[in-house]
Structures are given as structure tokens and as C-alpha cells.
Design a protein around this ligand. Structure first.
Ligand code: GDP
Ligand code: GDP
Length: 441
């Protein structure tokens, strides 16, 4: 399975990037942006031309020229997205002619590796403005009208001819999973059960897992790497800190993983070290899930046993109420297959990109129903929210005053975002920025 190539649409605001994006992807409705021309999220849709599939990216509000930290963060992300593209369509405006910002954009585009196609949009009047645009220094110039669908076919013919055939990229089709937990909880046994053949060493004595090894396997056509750990050995003198070599290795595994599986031993008490390691994964913004292993050893289970365990876990790992819990037995194989299913779900939900217009509509509704309680004589207002990054999902939130938003209200917002966009097994970060803005609601 080949991953589609990427085509990014770049250009200053108002030249018609969204219109072109909609035209190519055949979306009828124009995308609605709450603050047009200020900052917009990146749109990406898989589409095709002449039988060649590619991801089309509208880089949104790049080159707005607005001097604002958060807007620049959004722009930087958009720029990064553009840099990942195989081909760029640089859109300009025939009616406006070459502007200073166009020259800035051109200078930046000259530094990228991919091919650049210069589209002179709004050319439906046949004004032949494209001659003027040669000064920007690109060979491939196309007079188009996104609004009227003129010249788009010629442009796309040449764009797709330029697209490389690529293998799936490592990052998207590849799950990196770290099984962490104390020695003897069953990490190696679980790994073996997942792999379905004996490739790691299992022993009943602590610490027999060799120095960290990574096992890569195919799972329903996708790659999974088990970033192995040697287990967390509690050194007598380490005062519960993460000072032992094995603990450091487990930290190393966490930092290399997308999703961390905290393995607990059902019959044994949870340990402080478990909490520290899980909290490290949480702070690092990794996907997190719990696996209560050796479930076969728990006798006389009744319909409250699961909830009792869950309650204990929630109590010990208060910082991660979002992490799902599985009850497994590496010995019998019970629910072992669910570990990878769950881990993929977590990874995918962490990669979700929420459209800015949808997020704003949603938050508006939430605020209308449940406004922040009055604080210090004022009422909290949210002007604008936008997702600035993924893995973990991170939102920038422009508010009138930070102090009007207390922790419990932020937790409430967090939960609402989680429900709405089905973020699972991952922390959601909300960054508040205090700003009055023009045109804000
Ligand atoms: P973006 O900010 O670059 O994404 O620009 P938009 O797609 O939002 O378009 C900005 C304005 O230009 C809108 O009013 C569009 O209707 C208009 N527009 C886009 N393409 C064309 C075109 O081919 N011809 C004309 N005349 N107007 C266009
Ligand atoms: P690790 O140190 O965390 O990698 O743990 P191992 O996978 O080496 O397992 C330690 C011991 O627990 C071994 O004797 C395993 O056979 C046993 N074990 C692992 N998983 C289970 C399980 O689900 N049920 C039972 N009863 N024993 C298990």
C-alpha cells in the first residue's frame, strides 16, 4: 500500500487558496473560517487527478504578517506541513498583480526541495497578467480561475506528472509501543503473545529480558515496533526514584514510543515506581493505557471485580483518567489481541486534526450552555480556539482573561473536547492566551 504524495497550496491570504482547494477536491461548500485572513487551520484531503491519488493540503493562513506568538505558532505548523509536500502550488492574484508579500513567499519557496508551480489565479478575464509574474522567478506559470474552473486541468496534469511514487511514511503507518512495568509483571510474555511466536525470552526470574531490543512486526498490514524494556528493577537504595539503570531504560523506551502500555500485575499491589513511570509518559504527552495482567490468577471474580480494580487504578494514577484499562492474561491469551487494537486507536485519535471552524462552533455552544463561573468580578470569554498540534492534541485558546478560567473549568473544557472528538488514551493540552482581538465575538 503506497502512501499518497502530498501537494500543498501556499500563498498570501485572499488569493483564492481555499477556492482552489475546494475546486480540486470538489467540495461544493466553501470552508467557513471564523476569522478569515487572520489565521486558519491546515486542511488536508485525499483526492485524485487522472487516476493519481494525492493528499491536497491547504496551508491556511500562512504569511498573514501578524505579529502574534500564537498565530505565528499556527503559521509555523502550516509551514512545516508545506515543507513536507512533494509539490507546491504557489497561488497569486492576477487582479492584484505581484505584491511585496508574493515576493517574500517566492523567496521562501525557492529554498524548498519540491517542485513549485505558480498559479496566477483570478485570470478568468484573460488579462494575461501571468507575464508580470515571471519576475517571481518560477518557470512553471499557469493562468487559472479557481472560481470558474479554468486552467485547473492543465495545472493538475503537470502537478501529478511530477509526483513521486512513495512508500508509506514511517510515522503514519508505524506504531511504536513500549511495554513498561516492574520485573515479572509479564511484559515479555505479553510481547510474545502479541507476536505469536517465540522471539523474546520469557523466564520466571526477574530481569532475564536482555538489554532493550526492538521487535518490529506486521499487524494487519501495518508495522508495529515493540520498544522493549528491561523492566523496572527496584534497587534497594534508590528510594523509589527513577535512578536505577533499568528505570532509565524504561524512560528511554517511553520517549521513543507513541503509546505506552503500563503493565500491572493483577495479584500484586501497585508500586510507587509504576506511578512515576506512568506519570513520565503522561508528562511527555505519550499515549497511555493500562494492562492489568495475570487476570487468570484472580479467583472468585464477580461483577464488581473489574470496577474495584479500575477504582484502584484511577486512585493511584489520578493524572491519567483518560487512559483505558484492559484486563489480560498472557498465559491464556485473554484480551491480548485487544492491546494492539487499543494502542492503534489511541495513536490514531492522537493524530486527529480538528477543523478550526468546527472547534469554534462547538466551543461556542459549550460556553453558551456552561459559561465559566464568575471569577474575581469578571466572566471568562473565549474568542477563538484552534488546534496547533497533534500527538498530543494541543489547542490554543484566545480568552479575555486567563484568571477567569480556573482548573476545574479547564478540566471541563478538556472533557468536552475529548467527548466531542473522541480523543482516547491521550492527554489534551489547552494553552490559554490573553488577547483582545478585533472582530472577535
Ligand atoms: P485564500 O485566503 O487564499 O484561501 O482565498 P479564498 O479562497 O478565501 O478567496 C479569496 C477571495 O477571492 C474570495 O472572495 C473568492 O471568492 C475570490 N476568488 C477565488 N478564486 C477566484 C477566481 O478565480 N476569480 C475571482 N474573480 N475571484 C476568486
Ligand atoms: P517481565 O519481567 O515483565 O517481562 O515478565 P515475564 O513475561 O518474564 O513474566 C514473569 C512471569 O510471570 C513468568 O513466569 C510468566 O510465565 C508469568 N506470567 C506472565 N504473564 C502471566 C499471566 O497472564 N498469567 C500468569 N498466571 N502468569 C503470567
Amino acid at each position: 500500500m503506497k502512501r499518497p504524495s502530498r501537494v500543498a497550496i501556499v500563498g498570501r491570504p485572499n488569493v483564492g487558496k481555499s477556492t482552489l482547494f475546494n475546486r480540486i477536491t470538489r467540495q461544493r461548500r466553501a470552508l467557513v473560517h471564523p476569522m478569515p485572513g487572520v489565521t486558519r487551520d491546515v486542511q488536508r484531503i485525499e483526492t485524485e487527478w487522472a487516476g493519481v491519488a494525492f493528499d491536497l493540503i491547504d496551508t491556511g493562513g500562512l504569511f498573514s504578517g501578524i505579529d502574534d506568538e500564537l498565530i505565528q505558532e499556527v503559521e509555523q505548523r502550516a509551514w512545516k506541513e508545506a515543507l513536507g509536500a512533494d509539490v507546491m502550488i504557489f497561488v497569486t492574484d492576477a487582479e492584484a498583480g505581484v505584491t511585496g508579500t508574493d515576493i517574500d513567499v517566492a523567496n521562501r519557496l525557492r529554498q524548498v526541495d519540491g517542485a513549485v508551480f505558480l498559479a496566477v489565479n483570478k485570470s478568468e478575464k484573460g488579462q494575461h497578467a501571468e507575464a508580470e509574474f515571471f519576475e517571481l522567478g518560477f518557470e512553471r506559470i499557469y493562468a487559472v480561475s479557481a472560481l470558474h474552473g479554468q486552467g485547473i486541468g492543465d495545472l493538475l496534469d503537470d502537478v501529478v506528472a511530477q509526483l513521486p511514487q512513495r512508500e508509506p511514511s514511517a510515522a503514519e503507518e508505524h506504531l511504536k509501543l513500549a511495554l513498561v512495568g516492574r520485573p515479572n509483571v509479564g511484559k515479555s510474555s505479553l510481547a510474545n503473545a502479541m507476536i505469536g511466536e517465540d522471539t523474546t525470552i520469557v523466564d520466571s526470574r526477574p530481569g532475564t529480558t536482555r538489554d532493550s531490543i526492538d521487535i518490529t512486526m506486521q499487524w494487519h498490514g501495518r508495522a508495529v515496533t515493540l520498544v522493549d524494556t528491561a523492566g523496572l528493577r527496584k534497587k534497594s537504595k534508590s528510594r523509589d526514584g527513577l535512578t536505577s539503570l533499568t528505570a532509565i531504560k524504561s524512560i528511554d523506551a517511553i520517549s521513543r514510543a507513541d503509546v505506552v502500555v503500563m503493565v500491572l500485575d493483577a495479584p500484586r499491589e501497585m508500586a510507587n515506581q509504576d506511578v512515576k513511570v506512568a506519570s513520565y509518559a503522561h508528562k511527555a504527552g505519550k499515549g497511555l493505557m493500562f494492562c492489568v495482567n495475570k487476570w487468570d490468577l484472580i479467583e472468585d471474580k464477580d461483577n464488581t471485580t473489574v470496577s474495584q480494580f479500575e477504582k484502584r487504578i484511577r486512585g493511584a494514577f489520578r493524572f491519567a483518567p483518560y487512559a483505558p484499562v484492559l484486563f489480560t492474561s498472557a498465559l491464556s491469551g485473554q484480551r491480548v489481541s485487544r492491546i494492539l487494537e487499543m494502542a492503534w486507536r489511541i495513536k490514531e485519535s492522537r493524530e486527529v486534526r480538528v477543523s478550526t471552524s468546527d472547534a469554534n462552533r462547538f466551543i461556542e455552544g459549550v460556553l453558551a450552555k456552561n459559561p465559566p463561573p464568575s471569577h474575581g468580578g469578571g466572566n471568562g470569554k473565549i474568542y477563538y480556539i484552534t488546534q496547533v498540534s497533534v500527538s498530543p492534541p494541543t489547542f490554543a485558546c484566545f480568552v479575555n482573561k486567563r484568571a477567569y478560567f480556573d482548573r476545574s473549568y479547564l478540566r471541563f473544557l478538556n472533557n468536552r473536547l475529548r467527548d466531542r472528538y473522541a480523543f482516547e488514551g491521550t492527554v489534551i493540552r489547552i494553552k490559554l492566551s490573553e488577547k483582545e482581538r478585533k472582530g472577535a465575538r
